[in-house]
Ligand binder design. Structure first.
Ligand SMILES: [Zn+2]
Length: 271
């Protein structure tokens, strides 16, 4: 599943290819995504200039005048650029054809992705307005996490996966950041103090930044916007390593299901 680093890698790859270009045509081959692609999309978007490509959590925001094309990659989506005339394949549901003879193409075999239009401020869209602070921005700080978790009986890992608390960290990066911060994923969130939250935020940023630099993680069929596989998965400390020795202390990495998500940790390093 594309997580924040994959989406940010996609954004960085696409931005120089699309910004400043005008939308020449919109092709929707299958409207049946997680929500239907709006019927009026071609009418509202054609002729508009793409002013900027931004990201909020795992949503890509193509800013176009007073409106925004919002794209989410869902479980299996991939967005990249092909030359005009490149024939679509089976799961290529959406094309944004640009004046510069490039096509931004969405391939999404499982169709959990989204292609939406929002007039006005996209951050006020109902899917985006309640999302917590971006992990790579100063809006996320230890005081915020400390305050928001005082009443939580749930595990710290479940708190990290709550998008109201932090925008879109995702399961892999929650596992990895907790390992680096030496925090047991099952520890109740309300028992984590300010100092440990400060360390955790540092480790979240370190993990995400390294993943973005590596071009996102290449899991299942994810391929980044330039068509190259990322390689961050070779650097996981605990994710997917249940039963294997901890890279720090050689204790066997434990795996369990927490909040319905696979969870991996070292029982010796993480307390
Ligand atoms: Zn260990």
């Amino acid at each position: 599943m594309p997580e924040l680093p994959e989406v940010e890698t996609t954004r960085r790859g696409l931005a120089p290819l699309v910004c400043g270009a005008t939308v020449a045509a919109v092709v929707v081959r299958n409207r049946a995504m997680r929500q239907p692609v709006p019927r009026n999309l071609a009418r509202v978007l054609t002729g508009r200039r793409i002013d900027a490509l931004e990201r909020r959590a795992k949503y890509l925001l193509f800013r176009a005048g007073d409106g925004t094309l919002i794209v989410h990659l869902g479980m299996s989506g991939r967005l990249w650029v092909v030359a005009a005339g490149t024939p679509p394949e089976t799961h290529d549901h959406f094309d944004l054809a640009l004046s510069n003879r490039r096509i931004v193409r969405l391939r999404d075999p499982r169709r959990f992705g989204l292609v939406l239009w929002h007039a006005g401020d996209p951050l006020q869209h109902k899917l985006l307005r309640d999302i917590g602070p971006e992990p790579l921005s100063d809006a996320l700080n230890a005081e915020w996490l400390y305050r928001e978790t005082r009443g939580r009986s749930g595990a710290i890992k479940n708190a990290l996966m709550d998008s109201h608390l932090i925008a879109g960290i995702g399961n892999i990066y929650a596992n990895e950041a907790l390992f680096r911060a030496r925090i047991n994923p099952r520890l109740p969130a309300r028992k984590v103090g300010r100092a440990r939250y400060a360390v955790l935020i540092d480790k979240i940023r370190e993990t995400l930044t390294e993943a973005i630099a590596a071009g996102g993680s290449s899991l299942r069929d994810y391929v980044n916007s330039a068509g190259e596989a990322g390689y961050f998965q070779n650097r996981f400390f605990v994710y997917g390593r249940g039963g294997e020795p901890c890279l720090t202390c050689r204790t066997a990495v434990k795996s369990l299901v927490l909040g319905q998500r696979s969870t991996f940790y070292c029982p010796r390093c993480q307390r």
